[in-house]
Design a protein around this ligand. Structure first.
Ligand code: NAD
Length: 309
């Protein structure tokens, strides 16, 4: 197939593009490189630097494309609280621009990387796709709005769409920005540099950590799956891990035991997150394969930033 991946130079986008290319597909990428690194991509992936709101560029990139994976986005929850307008422009506006271009050019399928964050605080666990979303940040609102645009425009113009609500993805190569770094990369860095594991809140909040290869499995399966009625499917590990347990797992993986520092004044976000995977199993044939312990080991083996001296 001829495929376009937006956000192709990012953490998940590059892993997906490389997998698709390895499977024999012809892959083009679009990324403005605001957070991406083109060096992650295999040589045969043609990356165009550009903004997902640039429709003329989208029109030319989409020529001959059968399937689009839409991953370009601003991805930090705390940053979205500071800059909600930017998150709306890129995550919502960029999605609408893409869907307009998809309509104009005549692409067959769009697969959108949504987020488990759209659920927000829920009484029921695990979180299933039938729950009413309670997005708790501008980031989560932007992903939910984008889901609706993808599905609605797709239905109106006859494009098959599928939104995967990815929970907390992690793995080798995950960006480690100076502020608001994702928790697993940050804990590994803090442990290996002799720093302290700084935990927001009391560390009892739980998340569903899903390994990058499992996320890519689900995205690839979405290329040929029959979308369920609402067009959204969870992608997670199906396990909930508290931040305290994560600190323990990092200590076991690295062999470095450090007492976490609990910053109780810092808001820890939603209390519990665990993906219900019943629909993922039936719609995508998805079963996560990599446990947290194995995923952490893989990072230590594959990611040069976390090699012990
Ligand atoms: P990432 O920041 O590594 O990748 C996003 C990519 O989009 C970056 O390469 C960035 O340069 C690019 N980008 C940003 N703004 C752009 C614009 N205006 N035009 C073109 N490109 C632009 O993040 P990621 O973790 O790989 O996330 C990929 C997608 O998956 C995002 O849509 C994110 O919301 C979604 N997602 C990620 C997770 C996770 O835990 N990593 C969880 C749920 C959903």
């Amino acid at each position: 197939m001829n495929i376009l991946v937006t956000g192709a130079a990012g953490f998940l986008g590059s892993a997906l593009a490389n997998r698709l290319s390895g499977l024999g597909h012809t892959v083009r990428g679009l990324d403005d490189l605001s957070a991406g690194d083109p060096g992650r991509l295999a040589n045969n992936i043609l990356l165009t630097r550009g903004d997902v709101n640039d429709r003329p560029k989208l029109w030319s990139l989409l020529q001959g494309v059968e399937c689009v994976f839409h991953l370009a986005a601003r991805v930090s929850v705390p940053e979205s609280v500071l800059f909600p307008r930017d998150y709306n422009t890129v995550n919502v506006g960029g999605t609408v621009s893409l869907m307009e271009a998809v309509r104009d050019v005549g692409v067959q399928r769009v697969i959108f990387a949504s987020s488990g964050a759209v659920y927000g605080e829920q009484g029921a666990q695990p979180m299933h796709e039938g729950l009413a979303p309670h997005p708790g940040s501008p980031y989560a609102v932007s992903k939910l709005a984008a889901e609706y645009y993808v599905r609605t425009i797709g239905q109106l113009v006859g494009v098959t769409t599928l939104s995967l609500r990815v929970f907390n993805a992690y793995g080798p190569g995950q960006p480690l920005p100076a502020v608001h770094a994702p928790v697993i990369a940050r804990f590994l860095q803090q442990a290996l540099s002799g720093g302290s594991l700084v935990v927001a809140g009391d560390g009892r909040q739980t998340r569903d950590y899903v390994y990058v290869d499992d996320v890519v499995d689900a995205l690839v399966a979405a290329m040929t799956a029959t979308p369920p009625a609402d067009g959204v499917v969870n992608v997670g590990s199906g396990q909930s891990t508290s931040v305290r347990q994560l600190a323990e797992a990092v200590a076991t993986a690295t062999g470095v035991r450090i007492e976490p520092l609990y910053r109780v004044s810092e808001a820890p976000g939603v209390s519990t997150m665990r993906a219900d995977l019943v629909l993922a199993r039936t719609a995508l044939g998805f079963l996560p394969r990599i446990s947290l312990a194995d995923g952490l080991k893989q990072i230590l083996v594959q990611d040069p930033r976390f090699r012990r001296a």
